[in-house]
Design a protein around this ligand. Structure first.
Ligand SMILES: Cc1cc2nc3c(=O)[nH]c(=O)nc-3n(C[C@H](O)[C@H](O)[C@H](O)COP(=O)(O)OP(=O)(O)OC[C@H]3O[C@@H](n4cnc5c(N)ncnc54)[C@H](O)[C@@H]3O)c2cc1C
Length: 414
């Protein structure tokens, strides 16, 4: 039997899984990681708790992938979220399913996930080399023959899997090396931007509310008459704009020119306009001698109530008895559609995932092998796919890694 030499470039989520599956399939596997430990990004996922996958069906999963979902069908069928959960359980890392079917290690420690995977790799005989930054892929007769390192050394290989991640949080090791290697081999790398990203606003007032989080609000984004996004949930104001689950997910649906996005926030989505108006009339009648700014906290969080009259162009010092009908209508309408003009995404380094990457048309979805370079495979965020929050991005890395690892180990040489 011929044993393949498989090199995995990058020991993040996709690379670790690729190494495990290639070794299970019988390959001689070397994993090269530029850091001194594995999974530095996995370590910070889910605020250190690691939302490792989502316990959903493949069809449900696809709905959470705004970019190139069909490309992922084979990988997700090959290694499902439920198989990931089983793998972790089998390797001594029990998992729990929480709200929204988000799956976490029972200990809620991301380091336990990496530890379990490292133990599995070592048990399978994977050779793990740290401080090993790959510079380039070496070809012989047009096919992969190894890699060169930054320090000039070379490793021979029959198959190479690039699992170098995206561009966010470069301190974790993912700084775009895989894109450069792929481009030098003739691959198209689509433009990259950070998604699941906080958004800078074109107005200053969100900064005045820095740290204020809102629950049960609806964030809506339109381009012209078309609604691009509208969800009920939670968000938070930051010193430069908006963040939190609603804003992060909305960032996946932005139009090409962010200035075309018309974003509004409904602070009272549970009430109709008439109900809100009636409620306001009642509050104003009951507290007719109090200033508007002191009455609004009955409807809004105190810090927002303080600046809300200004956002509506109404004098907050007025007593309620003096508020005109037109002013009340403005307050009601703005409370249900507060405009939030957007400026730009936060820097890509601060995003959760990278949109863009190696073009999916140049990768065989059934194997993750390059269609341009025999013996070259891709796994994880380096590929032009991304998904919403909820454990989907890690599952994409696990699944593409598992498929790439198996196929790299199985494919006939030459
Ligand atoms: C703050 C934050 C929280 C997140 N939380 C979640 C979450 O809870 N759930 C979820 O599903 N997703 C989450 N994500 C997204 C998820 O972490 C990524 O999608 C996933 O880690 C991608 O896996 P990957 O293997 O492609 O890349 P990475 O995990 O980034 O791994 C890439 C590896 O390659 C190594 N590398 C890079 N270049 C080289 C080179 N030239 N030579 C050798 N090694 C190299 C890097 O050091 C790194 O170890 C989060 C992301 C961030 C930033």
């Amino acid at each position: 039997m011929v044993t393949h030499n498989v090199i995995v470039v990058g020991g993040g989520a996709g690379g670790m899984m690729a190494a495990i599956f290639a070794a299970r399939t019988g390959a001689n596997v070397t994993l090269l990681e530029r850091n001194q430990k594995l999974g530095r990004k996995v370590y910070i996922t889910g605020k250190g708790r690691c939302n490792v996958t989502n316990d959903c069906t493949i069809d449900e999963f696809m709905r959470e992938v705004p970019r190139n979902p069909r490309f992922l069908y084979s990988a997700l069928s090959y290694f499902t979220p439920q198989q990931m959960m089983e793998l972790l359980e089998d390797e001594g890392c029990p998992v729990v399913v929480q709200r929204g079917r988000r799956v976490f290690p029972a200990t809620e420690k991301a380091s336990d996930v990496t530890r379990a995977l490292e133990k599995t790799m070592r048990a399978l005989g994977v050779r793990i080399v740290f401080d090993a930054r790959v510079k380039d892929i070496v070809l012989a007769d047009g096919a992969v023959s190894g890699v060169t390192m930054m320090d000039g050394t070379e490793y021979a290989a029959d198959r190479v899997i690039i699992a170098t991640g995206g561009l966010s949080c470069p301190l974790t090791g993912s700084s775009g090396d895989g894109y450069r290697m792929a481009e030098r081999l003739g691959h198209t790398v689509t433009p990259r931007m950070g998604v699941l990203s906080a958004i800078e606003t074109a107005v200053q007032w969100p900064g005045e509310l820095q740290g204020l989080s809102l629950r049960n609000v609806t964030l809506t984004m339109k381009k012209g008459k078309k609604t691009l996004y509208s969800e009920l949930g939670e968000m938070i104001f930051t010193h430069f704009g908006i963040s939190g689950p609603l804003a992060l997910t909305m960032s996946c649906h932005l139009p090409d020119d962010i200035k075309d996005a018309q974003v509004t926030l409904n602070l009272k989505p549970g009430l109709t306009e008439q109900q809100l108006d009636a409620r306001m009339q009642r509050d104003f009648a009951e507290q007719s001698r109090r200033q508007l700014r002191n009455v609004l906290p009955g409807l809004l969080p105190a810090r927002l109530a303080e600046i809300f009259p200004r956002l509506c162009g109404v004098d907050g010092d007025k007593v309620c008895a003096q508020i005109t009908r037109e002013e009340r209508e403005t307050l009601v309408k703005t409370m249900q559609a507060l405009p939030i003009p957007l400026e730009k995404l936060a820097p890509i380094e601060e995003a959760i995932v990278t949109r863009g990457g190696v073009h999916v048309k140049e990768i065989d979805p059934a194997t993750m092998e390059s269609k341009l370079v025999p013996g070259l495979y891709f796994a994880g965020e380096v590929i032009d796919v991304d998904a919403h929050t909820g454990g989907y991005n890690l599952q994409i890395a696990w699944a593409t890694g598992a498929l790439a690892g198996t196929c790299a180990a199985e494919a006939p040489i030459g």
